[in-house]
Design a protein around this ligand. Structure first.
Ligand code: NAG
Ligand code: NAG
Length: 325
């Protein structure tokens, strides 16, 4: 038998086994499969979302995650949904993959397949403000997609916010790239008509009394042998998300000037849009891995500190166990 046939048979076999196992559980909600047999009510888990291997390593290295002993994971649309506890809170965590389409797909699948009380997202970001050095953690109150562009005609110098001529070197002037207008995005939701928005709000969960929670938190303060004074968690910043990696200082300054953004990343707005579309409470936590226009990148430090803050949030949410525990 050919290798392909063998593989096909193996897959078929696995499908049959899976199908058999799943007959007793809700097809719509496979998280039912992780409940004990004498408890039929679904457990509301916190959905912990991360995008990259570095983020996941921070989670696993912390030793705070305990996989469920019976059903440690479920695979859907190519992603692994890891089931267990973070401290004492029941969670499902998923590594979505990077950039907005992967992130949105991962979050939507999580919400579709599991009973999720809240989403906590943590990830790395570039800082646009030199006060926010690598290792700083920010919890934005609003995030926008700043990669949705409408390119305006060369002659229309005053049309878009980003005029390339303003960045000519050594002198400002005309530029055939013209200008770029930043577009809104449509926010769909079950209870309202679709609407055009630029800023996506990220409301902080009240029950967490969040700023108090992270006040005493000991974030890692050193990178590459250089140590900072104690890092604080910065609340109520504004964040920009796009599918391009922003390293250019002039563009970073533009984002600060036009949008008062403090960070640039490639995931947060995708989490926000998907969570808002599902009317699901969520938190965005960003660890600064680099400062735009400054040499040096510290992704491990950023992920470590962002995870520590995420863990405090997760553990502040009591598990909503409805009955029978
Ligand atoms: C950078 O952050 C500091 C500290 O929060 C703030 O005071 C300052 O206004 C920020 N700078 C810009 C350009 O936004
Ligand atoms: C984008 O949406 C905002 C409301 O969030 C609105 O004020 C603004 O006019 C819209 N801009 C465009 C270009 O449609």
């Amino acid at each position: 038998m050919s290798r392909t046939n063998m593989a096909a048979l193996l897959v078929l076999g696995l499908l049959l086994v899976t199908a058999k196992q799943s007959t007793q559980m809700s097809l719509r909600n496979p998280s039912a499969e992780i409940e004990t047999s004498n408890c039929k009510l679904p457990l509301h888990r916190v959905g912990l979302v991360l995008a990259s291997d570095t983020n996941e390593k921070a989670l696993l290295d912390s030793g705070l995650f305990t996989p469920d002993s019976d059903n440690p994971y479920v695979d859907h649309v190519g992603r692994r949904f890891n089931i267990g506890k973070l401290g004492s809170t029941h969670i499902v965590y998923v590594k979505t993959g990077t950039f907005s389409v992967n992130v949105a797909t991962g979050v939507q699948t999580l919400l579709h397949k599991f009973t999720i009380s809240k989403i906590v997202f943590f990830g790395n970001a570039g800082s646009l403000n030199k006060t926010y050095v690598p290792g700083t953690v920010l919890v934005p109150e609003a995030v926008a997609f700043t990669g949705v562009w409408e390119w305006e005609e060369f002659e229309a110098q005053n049309k878009g916010q980003l005029a390339f001529g303003h960045f000519n070197y050594p002198l400002n002037g005309e530029n055939t790239l013209g200008t770029v207008a930043y577009e809104n995005i449509t926010l769909y939701s079950p209870s309202e008509d679709p609407k055009e928005v630029f800023w996506l709000p990220v409301p902080l969960p009240e029950e967490a009394a969040t700023e108090e929670l992270t006040k005493g938190l000991k974030l890692k303060e050193c990178h590459s042998g250089r140590c900072q004074a104690e890092f604080a968690t910065v609340y109520r910043s504004k964040a920009s998300t796009s599918d391009f990696y922003v390293k250019n200082e002039a563009y970073g300054e533009f984002l600060v000037e036009k949008f008062t953004a403090s960070t640039a990343d490639s995931a947060s707005a995708a989490v926000a849009l998907t969570a808002l579309s599902n009317e699901k409470p969520f938190v965005v936590i960003q660890g600064v891995s680099n400062v735009v226009g400054v040499d040096g990148s510290y992704p491990e430090l950023a992920s470590h500190n962002a995870f520590l803050v995420a863990a405090v949030f997760v553990e502040s949410f009591p598990t909503q166990r409805l009955a029978c525990e």
